[in-house]
Structures are given as structure tokens and as C-alpha cells.
Design a protein around this ligand. Structure first.
Ligand SMILES: Cc1ncc(COP(=O)(O)O)c(C=O)c1O
Length: 404
């Protein structure tokens, strides 16, 4: 099958695409929510770039890297809906969020408003920011299985108060996969003079992402999950006008630059302002450089096609697992509120969630995540295009055995 000419449609077509991924044959991989699987051609490209880098690092990093970085930045910006000048490459979304949390200064005393489903490691960064600046964290308890996005916006609106300085939320929740109405929430923030920061870890490669339209101040994300770039590729989008509100986490050669030329592109593949964040000492930038290849691979399959496949498999997961051995669907089915992550609450009889996860791996070679949270625990099923109905059959059978 030639991908560029015949977009995959049938199960057999998708299985052919699956063979183009670096995915072990016997593995049931339902954990793209943690890490995506890289296409062989993307892996080959990053390996080739690494070979070039290691065979003459000076030539690669000092002379040729800038042009490759410019190409990657332009591709990423187009993909996420912003100008190339507004995007900073990072190793991952944790770094992107830390960068904002560690340096954004707001007027105290005040509050950071965030949902109660934020990824713990990133929440810790806000906890530290709050401690350092004398701010309070106020949590919004998200509704379980809301029927509409208005319901979600309403709970945030109820918690927003004159002391709110920062609104922080995940675009796609790591817990249940619920999608939050990013545009509406950022509008709420803007109307109240509040800075909006989004953790979009799961959005690129799952949602039609347009950060400019969303209207947030800062948007960080991973490219190594659903966009299928190698581990080591993430970004931070900064709304025009907010550039001076953040500082690099690591001070290095990019620190001093001519402020009059802060936003002029140079031979380093971006502006001096961008370089001040990206140049964190000697590092391997090859995961950033193959973003065009990762994006190109997905585009050959067709975005609409990929999204349809992700959602079709999510619907299959719901129909096979909801009610099975006491599992209960925890992800809304309302259009717009769910994507390619589907979660199921474990029955009360499963008192050791991690033992369930281990059994799925050790006995059935099923790689899947178990999310522990005050409102959980949840079995989290991630369905990317390389998953199959067969994977979900295997999971259903394994659930029968493990939760029996
Ligand atoms: C919502 C969310 N934020 C942040 C992260 C952290 O990602 P990373 O460790 O790649 O920075 C994850 C990882 O699963 C996540 O789900």
C-alpha cells in the first residue's frame, strides 16, 4: 500500500500501517498516553542525524543545526497554529510547564486556580511557585461525566475570584482523557485579567490544535506522545506580548543578547530570545529536528483518517469494557469531551490496582496504564491508529481473567 496515495481505511490497511511502526509483534500496546510508538522512517531519520552529529559534532551543531532547527520550528508552528517566532522547543511538557511556573511573576497575594485532575509532577511545579511567591492554590473539582462543556466552564467560573492570578489546566486530562473546553476557559481568564497556562501534553496528534485560536497565554505540550516524535521533543507556545514574562530555566550562552534584536531570526534557527531558552548547554537536539518527519508521516495517513480511527477504537473499547467485570466508563461520551483516551473505574473488589496492571503485563503482555487518584483508580486505555480490534479483544479477555 502506498500511504500517500491510498489512505488506510480497513482493519487490514491499518494493520499494514502498524507494521511501519517500531512496535513489537506480540505486544498489545495501549499506552500512547505515556509514550507514542515511533514510525520506522522517523527512527531511521533521527538515528541518521545522531550519526551525523556524533561523527562531527562541531560541524553539525554549530554550522548545520540552525537550518535544521528552523525547518523543524516552521513545521511545528504550522501544525499547532502559531507563528514560528512564538514557539520554544523543550525536552518535554514538564520542562515547558516548569519554565512558566518558575519564572512567571504575578501580583500577590493571589491564587492559582487549577483543576483537581492535573498531572502530579506538573502540579508540584505550581506548588513550588505558590510557596515561592506566597500564592494559594485553589482547586476546581471537575464534574464526573459532564454532559456538556458549559458544565465544566461553569465550575471554573464559580471558583474564579478577584484574587485569581493564574488559571492552569490540562487540555486533555491524564486521568480520564476528558477534553476541557480550552477556548472557553481562556476566554473566561482573559475577561478576568487572569493569565492562562495550558498543559497540552496529549493534544498534538490527538486534537486539531490551534493555540492561537485557543487564546491562551502559554501552552506546553509533548510531541513524543500522540504526535509520535522521539522522546525528547516538546514545546512551549508563548502568546505575543508575553515574552518578557518568562525566563530560561537554565542560563547558558544564549543569556546575553542584543535586546534590540531579540526577535530577529539568526543562524541558530530562531531568534536570540528563543535561543536563550533552547540553548541549555551541549545537548542532543535531534528529537526536535525530526518533528517534520513525524508530522509528515501522520499527514500521509491523513489527519481526519487518524482521528476517525482513534475514536472508532475508543468506541470499541467502551463497548467491550464498560460493565465488564465491574469496570465502569469514566470518560464522557459527549462529542468534543473525549478523544483517544478512555478510562474505566476499577470495581471496589480490585483493591490493588497496580497488581492488576502488573498481571496484565506479566500474564498477557498488555502495556496499559493504571491511574491512581482520589476519584479513581482508573484503567486508562489509549487507542492510536496502530492499535487494533485484536488488541481490544486481548484486553477484554485479560480483564475477564484478572478481575474474575
Ligand atoms: C497531562 C500530562 N502532563 C504532563 C505529563 C508529563 O509528560 P513528560 O514527562 O513527558 O514531561 C504527562 C505525562 O503523561 C501528562 O499526561
Amino acid at each position: 500500500m502506498t500511504l500517500s496515495q491510498t489512505p488506510p481505511r480497513s482493519e487490514a490497511d491499518w494493520l499494514a500501517v502498524r507494521r511501519r511502526m517500531l512496535l513489537d509483534d506480540g505486544l498489545v500496546y495501549l499506552n500512547t498516553g505515556s509514550y507514542g510508538i515511533v514510525a520506522r522512517e522517523v527512527f531511521d531519520r533521527v538515528t541518521e542525524l545522531r550519526r551525523q552529529m556524533q561523527s562531527n559534532p562541531v560541524d553539525f551543531l554549530w554550522r548545520r543545526g540552525g537550518e535544521l532547527l528552523r525547518r523543524a520550528r516552521e513545521c511545528l508552528a504550522e501544525e499547532i497554529g502559531c507563528e514560528p517566532s512564538q514557539v520554544i522547543f523543550t525536552d518535554n511538557v514538564t520542562t515547558a510547564m516548569n519554565l512558566v511556573a518558575a519564572s512567571l511573576r504575578v501580583k500577590g497575594p493571589g491564587e492559582i486556580l487549577l483543576s483537581d485532575h492535573e498531572y502530579p509532577a506538573v502540579r508540584f511545579a505550581w506548588e513550588r511557585a505558590a510557596q515561592q511567591q506566597g500564592l494559594r492554590l485553589r482547586y476546581v473539582r471537575l464534574p464526573e461525566l459532564p454532559g456538556s462543556s458549559e458544565e465544566i466552564v461553569a465550575v471554573f467560573a464559580r471558583h474564579l475570584c478577584p484574587a485569581t492570578r493564574i488559571l492552569f489546566f490540562s487540555h486533555v486530562l491524564y486521568t480520564t482523557g476528558m477534553i476541557l473546553p480550552a477556548w472557553e476557559l481562556c476566554q473566561l481568564a482573559r475577561q478576568n485579567g487572569v493569565v492562562s497556562v495550558i498543559d497540552g501534553a496529549h493534544a498534538p496528534g490527538m486534537l486539531d490544535l490551534d493555540v492561537t485560536r485557543i487564546g491562551c497565554d502559554f501552552y506546553g505540550a509533548n510531541l513524543h506522545k500522540w504526535l509520535l516524535a522521539p522522546v525528547g521533543a516538546g514545546f512551549l507556545y508563548v502568546r505575543p506580548g508575553m515574552e518578557d514574562r518568562i525566563l530560561p530555566l537554565t542560563v547558558s550562552w544564549g543569556w546575553y543578547y542584543d535586546r534590540a534584536k531579540a526577535f530577529q531570526w539568526n543562524q541558530f534557527g530562531g531568534s536570540p530570545w528563543q535561543r536563550s531558552f533552547e540553548f541549555a548547554g551541549s545537548r542532543d537536539v535531534t528529537p526536535w529536528l525530526v518533528v517534520p518527519e513525524a508530522v509528515g508521516f501522520l499527514h500521509k495517513l491523513g489527519w481526519q483518517n487518524i482521528q476517525a480511527r482513534q475514536r472508532e477504537l475508543a468506541a470499541e473499547a467502551r463497548s467491550r469494557l464498560d460493565g465488564r467485570r465491574g469496570l465502569r466508563l469514566a470518560t464522557p461520551t459527549t462529542a468534543g469531551l473525549s478523544g483517544a483516551i478512555t478510562a474505566f473505574r476499577l470495581p471496589g473488589t480490585a483493591t490493588d490496582p497496580q497488581a492488576v496492571r502488573s498481571a496484565l503485563w506479566e500474564r498477557f503482555r498488555i502495556e496499559i496504564n493504571m491511574i491512581e487518584h482520589a476519584a479513581g483508580p482508573w484503567l486508562r486505555v489509549s487507542t492510536h491508529f496502530y492499535n487494533s480490534r485484536h488488541d481490544l479483544d486481548m484486553l477484554a479477555q485479560a480483564v475477564d481473567a484478572v478481575l474474575a
